[in-house]
Design a protein around this ligand. Structure first.
Ligand code: ZN
Length: 329
């Protein structure tokens, strides 16, 4: 069995018993006809080898009830992917929603892993002005339609060859953002889908890693989500449109926990490029998670302020990460 297949098998096991990941993974694989993890990593490896000094955007952010603050899932997946890409010589910028809790978690997580957050607020920023450890953070207003003009300015400034979403909230076909339990959480999120629309006009490759069906890009398998995910077809908010996200990305990776899918992607990408030594360790991940939690991040399923991800306690989460790491090393 190939390395990519082994990784796919691990990230598609229903370890937190949500009961849907098997079907979501089957749907993505049959959509592309190949393992999407391999497809994404080969595509990114090709982009990185062809333009070493290129730009890749990473976006994450999901506000979780009852406090409507950032969940732990998405944070480490995005931060360590950014760090690995920077080690490869790629200029990496983060795109997040303009929410104080998310900004704080992002800044402190970056610092914890040795990177320096830089806020741009739309001011001119060239690739050359970014030193090794600096990561620009671009924030998007929540609950307002984004203007094409704002985004065009960002893309003109730092034209990205790819954008990777990790556990980023996405709206349904009626434009409403939902929690897994079918609650309307639109006021806490930016209209990130506009970024995908602009990316198309810049020939930017769009990639998303998600686990529940309500993340941006999940429209690739919307029919399956409507059929198998609780509240997928009918939500509990007045819109009635279900939590299934409608936007479509070029490549969608489904994983039982998005952070773990992003880890598999980071490791496979680095392996393909012969730079596995740039990968982060399970210890690095836990350190970053602890920082995220102490700065306000919560578990996405229980809402607890604990070092856990999507309902998995720290020990079980570490075991899962080790399983992914063991396959590659
Ligand atoms: Zn709704």
């Amino acid at each position: 069995m190939s390395l990519a297949s082994k990784l796919r098998d691990i990230i598609c096991v229903d370890i937190n018993k949500r009961g849907v990941i098997g079907e979501l993974c089957e749907a993505t694989t049959s959509k592309y006809g190949v393992n999407p993890l391999l497809l994404v990593c080969e595509t990114l490896a090709d982009v990185i080898q062809r333009h070493r000094a290129d730009v890749i955007f990473i976006s994450f952010g999901f506000a979780t009830p009852p406090k409507y603050v950032q969940e732990t899932d998405g944070v480490t997946g995005a931060i360590f992917l950014a760090r690995a890409l920077k080690r490869l010589g790629v200029t990496t910028a983060l795109i997040i929603d303009e929410r104080t809790d998310l900004i704080r978690v992002t800044e402190e997580s970056l610092r914890t892993v040795g990177l320096k957050p830089v806020f741009t607020r739309g001011c001119p920023l060239s690739v050359r002005s970014l030193r090794n450890a600096w990561v620009p953070i671009l924030t998007l207003r929540t609950a307002y339609p984004l203007t094409r003009c704002d985004l065009t300015e960002i893309f003109d400034n730092l034209p990205p060859s790819a954008i990777v979403f990790v556990e980023k909230a996405g709206h349904n076909y009626l434009g409403v953002y939902h929690s897994m339990k079918g609650i309307d959480i639109s006021q806490y999120h930016s209209h990130i889908e506009e970024v995908i629309n602009v990316a198309r006009t810049y020939d930017t490759i769009t990639i998303s890693v998600g686990d529940g069906g309500n993340e941006v890009g999940m429209g690739v398998i919307e029919d399956t989500i409507r059929r198998v995910v609780p509240y997928g077809n009918t939500c509990r908010c007045p819109c009635g449109g279900g939590i299934a996200a409608s936007s479509v990305v070029d490549y969608l990776i489904t994983s039982v926990i998005s952070n773990v899918g992003a880890y598999a992607m980071e490791l496979l990408l680095l392996k393909l490029l012969g730079k596995l030594n740039y990968a982060h360790t399970v210890g690095d991940e836990i350190l970053c998670l602890k920082s995220a939690v102490s700065n306000g991040a919560v578990d996405g399923i229980t809402g607890a302020s604990k070092v856990m991800v999507d309902g998995l306690p720290q020990g079980a989460y570490e075991e899962l990460l080790y399983r992914v790491l063991d396959v590659v090393t």
